[in-house]
Design a protein around this ligand. Structure first.
Ligand code: SAM
Ligand code: GLN
Length: 290
């Protein structure tokens, strides 16, 4: 009779399977999937290395590995992700939040904490809700409105607001651009707008990793021929926000000149600040209005 496989051996085999599938971080992913199956934290795995796993756990791991080898994103398999230190539910109803968006949230929160702790903020295209919900956590006196064209994404975002205990200060409204705010009669209240819109040029989508191109919602990524469709449609509408003081937006590689000139064209009396992400790519535009 052969001895049952230990966690150490299962982990090695799992990582090898993910290497063969071309996964970027095979050891880490194998560990995360195994920890999920064992219902433990990844830091506990080394302590369990000589333990066996049950047949049921093994079967669940095999199913996870099959999905990950098919290049389904890790976060869609485990159903969760982390953003500014908080855990959020994550599934194919919305795009997986990216680390660079944490910079957008951190910068905006720091400004509001200092100058505008009671701000009324609109998050346009909220996806799974991480921007609006994190801002609500960081700014306990702020009021947030979060919109999306995808009602599925909004449902997930509402679940995340509930999970993080901020449902009383975040309102979710379906629709495109400023339409949901207009329908709710609150255009005049909005002081701050934040958005991470779809900004990938249509032809560039095919060059993204299989995880992104085959699994994430196209509606969340596709920014039209040059990736600028959202900005071109949205920025002219911002004139209709009489009390807008700050607009903060994420942008794609090389889009800073085009987006900042759209901002100065359509938002009168604005000063523009452009910030790089950790990789040195110009990633965030802040537009301050007098
Ligand atoms: N805010 C989330 C984040 O940062 O992780 C999701 C960002 S994702 C890049 C863009 C989101 O905008 C998607 O959820 C998409 O459905 C939504 N969207 C696309 N076009 C829109 C529009 N015209 N008005 C409102 N939302 C839109
Ligand atoms: N940063 C994302 C990606 O390239 C795109 C997000 C967006 O369009 N806002 O995977």
């Amino acid at each position: 009779m052969t001895a049952p496989a230990t966690i150490a051996r299962i982990l090695r085999e799992a990582a090898r399977q993910l290497v063969d599938a071309g996964v970027d971080s095979p050891e880490f992913d194998a560990k995360v999937l195994l920890a999920d199956v064992l219902d433990t934290d990844i830091n506990q795995i080394p302590l369990l290395r000589n333990q066996p796993i049950s047949a049921d756990q093994r079967q669940r791991l095999e199913n996870y590995l099959r999905r990950r080898s098919n290049r389904e994103p890790l976060q869609y398999i485990t159903g969760e992700t982390e953003f500014v230190g908080h855990r959020f539910r994550c599934d194919p109803r919305a795009m997986i939040p990216r680390p660079e968006t944490e910079l957008l949230v951190g910068t905006l929160a720091a400004h509001c904490q200092r100058h505008r702790p009671e701000a009324i903020i609109a998050d346009i295209g909220t996806g799974c809700g991480v921007i609006a919900v994190s801002l609500a956590l960081l700014l306990p006196y702020a009021r947030l409105y979060a919109t999306d064209v995808s009602t599925e994404a909004l449902q997930l975002a509402a679940e995340n607001a509930q999970l993080r205990g901020v449902s009383d200060r975040v309102t979710f409204l379906p629709g495109a651009y400023l339409r949901p705010l207009e329908d709710a009669g609150i255009l005049e209240q909005i002081q701050v707008v934040v958005t991470n819109p779809p900004y990938v040029a249509t032809d560039d989508i095919q060059d993204l990793s299989p995880e992104v191109r085959n699994f994430e919602p196209q509606q969340a990524l596709n920014g039209g021929a040059q990736g600028l469709d959202f900005y071109r449609a949205f920025l002219p509408k911002c004139e209709r926000l009489p009390h807008l003081q700050l607009l903060a937006t994420e942008i794609g590689i090389g889009q800073a000149p085009a987006v900042s000139s759209l901002i100065t064209e359509y938002l009168t009396a604005t000063e523009v600040e452009i910030l790089p992400d950790l990789a040195g790519i110009l990633r965030i535009i802040l537009a301050w209005r007098e």
